[in-house]
Design a protein around this ligand. Structure first.
Ligand code: MN
Length: 231
């Protein structure tokens, strides 16, 4: 195979305990999947899960022990952090039943769904797509993936984010409205999941703005921490 222009490099994420990397196919994100975050965004009640996407090359992979450097994006004055559990799919499929869903998971990671909230809000108001608010370069910082067998009980793990050492978000993955298996069931009814897909499962309450110079540090019990500086 030869190409008329050089093909883009394969987006990938480090993996705990090996130099081999996880190749990224698609990035799916779940909206408003923690009740207290839904409330802070002005919504109540359990609605079916809904999804949006980021391009695969929106990942900002951060190696263990390192600090990722995220450039402050253009056009926004309100860049928000959303700490999230990320599910890495190892085995694809469509119409995956919740009961079978966990067998499709290769591993888990700590991620940030960085959001240009002012642009997202404007698009929402106008009934337009969220892409400009969610799908920009480096909008998906992510730490190394921990293989599922080594990850412990992610379903009930504590999830937290600090900015410059001060708590911003602190909850439990157990607070998800749609749990991991249910999310995969809904998602795979709409798209055929592929090995390499990442699913950002939603953020708990406490989202807020960061500015240049801020250092974000977040974690999920059993999956280590993710450290990102806004440059
Ligand atoms: Mn999110």
């Amino acid at each position: 195979m030869s190409y008329v222009i050089p093909p883009a490099p394969q987006a990938s994420v480090p993996v705990v305990g090996t130099t081999q990397r996880f190749p990224v196919h698609r990035i799916y994100c779940v909206g408003r999947n923690y009740a207290e975050h839904a409330k802070e965004m002005g919504f109540t009640g359990r609605e079916p899960p809904f999804f949006f996407m980021k391009p695969a090359d929106a990942v900002l992979p951060v190696n263990p022990g390192e600090t990722g450097q995220m450039p402050y994006p253009t056009l926004t004055k309100d860049l928000h952090h959303e700490i999230e559990l990320v599910v890495a799919i190892g085995k694809g499929g469509k119409h995956i039943a919740a009961a079978d869903a966990l067998s499709h998971i290769w591993g888990y990671a700590v991620g940030l769904d960085m959001t240009r909230r002012d642009l997202q809000g404007e698009m929402k108001k106008q009934g337009r797509p969220w892409c400009i608010g969610k799908g920009f370069e480096a909008s998906a910082p992510i730490g190394p993936i921990t293989p599922a067998a080594q990850a412990g009980d992610v379903q009930q793990a504590a999830i937290w984010l600090q900015v410059n050492g001060t708590d911003r978000q602190r909850s439990s993955v157990g607070q998800l409205i749609w749990n991991i298996a249910e999310t995969i069931e809904h998602l795979s009814a709409a798209w055929e999941l592929q090995p390499g897909d990442l699913i950002f499962t939603g953020t708990p309450e406490g989202v807020g703005a960061v500015v240049r110079g801020d250092v974000l540090e977040g974690g999920i019990d059993g999956l280590g921490t993710l450290r990102v500086a806004v440059a």
